[in-house]
Ligand binder design. Sequence first.
Ligand code: G6P
Ligand code: MN
Length: 432
Amino acid sequence: KLKIVTLGGGSSYTPELIEGFIRRYDELPVTDYYLVDIDAGAEKLKIVGELAKRMVKKSGLPMTVHLTTNRNEALFDADFVTTQLRVGQQEARIHDEAIPLKYGVLGQETTGAGGFMKAQRTIPVLLDLCRDMERLCPEAWLINFTNPAGIVTEAIEKYSPIKTLGICSGANNMMMEIAGVYGVERRDVYARVMGLNHLIFADQIAVKSQDVTAGFIEMLAKSAGGSSLKNVPDIGLPPDFIRALGLFPLSYLKYFYLSREMVEHSLQDCKAHGTRGEQTREIERKLFEIYKNPQLESKPKELESRGGAYYSETACSIISSIYNDKKEIHVVNTPNRGATRDLDDESVVETNAMIDRQGAHPLAYGRLPVKVRGLIQSVKAFEELTVEAAVTGDYSTALMALSVHPLIPSVDIAGKILDEYLAVNRPFLPQY
Ligand code: G6P
Ligand code: MN
């Protein structure tokens, strides 16, 4: 018996995961797959859950898909729990993005103020989940995709005994981009990755075991560092900057390196099409229309317009590496434990790690290059304060979290954003 549970099962991303489990059935024979959602998500759960059932049926595999709003029933005796939930749904995301933008500050789901707010809503819910897991499936792994994934993982590591890993589609997308450039398979690419979630850099890039780092960086410079993630606006970084950096930055780094241009772009984009949350709400509405079609038995192409496209690749291969004690190397969010001495051992980093039945063993990295060290350390300070604020509900800690973030230029504005955030998020903030 192998029981896997997904919280936020009514998410439009669910077909991704189902496809991943079906494809990997030989090595990961899931007997029972539980999709769980809250009452408010029951209708979406039914639509996407029925599609999941059709996909499994078509595969002919002996896997049972269960749809439920009863979390305890699902968690009992589970082996793996994955989360992709969104506290407050798209409405809350839209506030996260729109409020900072009013002050000319980046309004993004995970980077900057938005990530802070999302963490305040999400961390109490996930710590509550962990307490349920302690009762119902204390040995299970919690594979967390819920954003802000790095911050949420740090909270769980600090405040719960449950075994956990945080995951993101970003690093895999970078590898796919490299594979695309060289016309090889994703599995032919290896790169060293270090940083924080949505703030990673790759180097030591190898294609079929040949180091191509210098050539790839030059190519990136010539193409102005094209963006691989669908949710990050494609504004090019200056070629000379990319050459000077000498590292392959995840597209989210543009929010830091082109902070003015990216805010400018967001403001215009927002005027024309609404915030990204308003856009994804529309994409989701269309996806659910597509999912409703009883003829549909596979993941539709349209899902690729979401930023998290292909995330099941990461999720399912990591679960398999734990389950089969594979000792493969994957990029995960896990405590640093000495991988670099430029961050605390307890600080969660996004890094290459060997994954086996014991979990993640981060690979030694050494010093962070001075050109990115300060940025990583200051965002880590923001993350640490964000976790503390989410757990304590302490206003001063929350204000300091926003004030130390490199993309929030004024402490006065930080306070105004915080007050507006707390006001609209009241129903989701039991700790404040
Ligand atoms: C990227 C990130 C995910 C994030 C997604 C947002 O893939 O890695 O963590 O959830 O983008 O995409 P969306 O389509 O919701 O804007
Ligand atoms: Mn991510």
